[in-house]
Design a binder for this molecule. Structure first.
Ligand SMILES: Cc1cc2nc3c(=O)[nH]c(=O)nc-3n(C[C@H](O)[C@H](O)[C@H](O)COP(=O)(O)O)c2cc1C
Length: 362
């Protein structure tokens, strides 16, 4: 009950879903998500009527990010329709969201074939450009083929998320999944003087913790602009705290992929286990309580010099070394020079022991 979330008539026992990708690419992986990961709803890898040509290797992990050049499901649509989906739904016990891509013509083929298996659709338009009239046309085509809820997945190269939200709402979509991978980006191996990942153009897509602030902003912008749309948040989640941030930004459910590629597939179950503790830590009764919370925003232009909480300071000197205004010194103890301090707040967030305080920062 505490972790439940409901949107568009779909109930999830917890708000975490896998993001579309390799971890939901066939029956075995879908079953892992259901039986071991324990996610609230399962989302498939993107199915497309055309065959992808995937350059290998296709997944790279950096410290705070993942890069990929995977495109969509390597399995033909027929295999999904004749084998993976019928096998999976035999033991289905939670909502199934089928990810489809990409064009209006693809939707004409896909939606009628997949409709019987889906509780909802998620629609990627990652490779069709940024023209909102084209995307709205795709939405109308999908709506003409299904009564099920469907969510358009926004790519971060769409410059105007509010305009995107308005266009897809007016055309008949239920909501937005925000966000798809960031790019184009590049991966350079300096030692080998080579671009090893990606297709001929050398570009790859970037995901993981690095994109979380951007994903949060797009979720927030869309929910502010079109409150009646359902928003599903995705991008950089690796913890229960991250889930709560996305729900506060305006999401009704969340998805994760890169977190599991960086830290292991057991992370899904761990986050779900951690959620009740995180709710308690922040004083929420339930996931629905988080979703119903309105964020406040304090903008201040006043200066405030930080203060030191001496008993917490371990004299690591990180604040002294990093202060961009040369306002922190160490003379027996950490001291702040109010004449130089710009009240930027960096020292507060960088301190590893929370030993620096500013009234403005909670
Ligand atoms: C290896 C890999 C493959 C992906 N494949 C798909 C895909 O087939 N369809 C899709 O809509 N998004 C795909 N994505 C994007 C994810 O669904 C998600 O939007 C993105 O990775 C951000 O979430 P994350 O930071 O939790 O990974 C893929 C991402 C990765 C890393």
């Amino acid at each position: 009950m505490k972790l439940r979330t409901t949107f568009d008539g779909i109930t999830l026992e917890n708000p975490l879903m896998p993001a579309s990708g390799p971890l939901t690419g066939d029956t075995e992986k879908l079953a892992f998500m259901r039986d071991e990961a324990g996610v609230g709803a399962v989302v498939t890898k993107t199915i497309c009527p055309r065959e992808p040509e995937i350059p290998k290797p296709c997944i790279y992990t950096g410290k705070h990010y993942v890069q990929n050049s995977e495109l969509w499901s390597e399995h033909p649509m027929e295999r999904w329709v004749e084998s993976f989906l019928p096998e999976y739904v035999e033991k289905k016990d939670r909502p199934l969201i089928i990810s489809v891509g990409y064009t209006k013509e693809d939707m004409e083929i896909l939606i009628p074939k997949l409709d019987a298996f889906a509780d909802a659709f998620e629609v990627s338009t990652h490779y069709v450009g940024t023209d909102l009239s084209v995307i709205a046309d795709t939405v109308r085509t999908i709506r003409s083929h299904t009564d099920k809820p469907f969510y358009m997945k926004i790519s971060p190269h769409i410059q105007n998320p509010e305009g995107y939200a308005k266009a897809i709402k007016e055309a008949g979509a239920n909501g937005v999944v925000a966000i798809n991978s960031l790019g184009p980006t590049i991966n350079i191996n300096a030692k080998k003087r080579r671009i090893e990942y990606g297709a001929e153009d050398g570009f790859v897509w970037t995901t993981g913790p690095l994109i979380k602030p951007m994903a949060l902003a797009i979720v927030y912008k869309i929910k502010q602009a079109e409150p009646s749309l359902t928003v599903i948040g995705v991008g950089g989640i690796t913890s229960a705290d991250d889930v709560i941030e996305f729900l506060l930004a305006g999401a009704s459910g969340v998805q994760m992929l890169s977190g599991a590629l960086l830290k292991g597939k057991a992370l899904y179950a761990k986050i779900i286990r951690d959620l009740p503790k995180a709710l308690e830590k922040y004083g929420f009764e339930s996931i629905e309580d988080v979703i119903g919370t309105t964020l406040s925003k304090d903008v201040s232009y006043e200066d405030e010099t930080p203060t030191l909480i001496e008993e917490k300071c371990i004299e690591c000197m990180l604040c002294v070394k990093t202060c961009p205004y040369f306002a922190i010194d160490f003379k027996d103890r950490i001291t702040f020079n109010p004449d130089k301090c710009f009240s930027c707040g960096l020292c507060v967030s960088i301190c590893p022991t929370d030993a620096i305080h500013m009234d403005k920062l909670g």
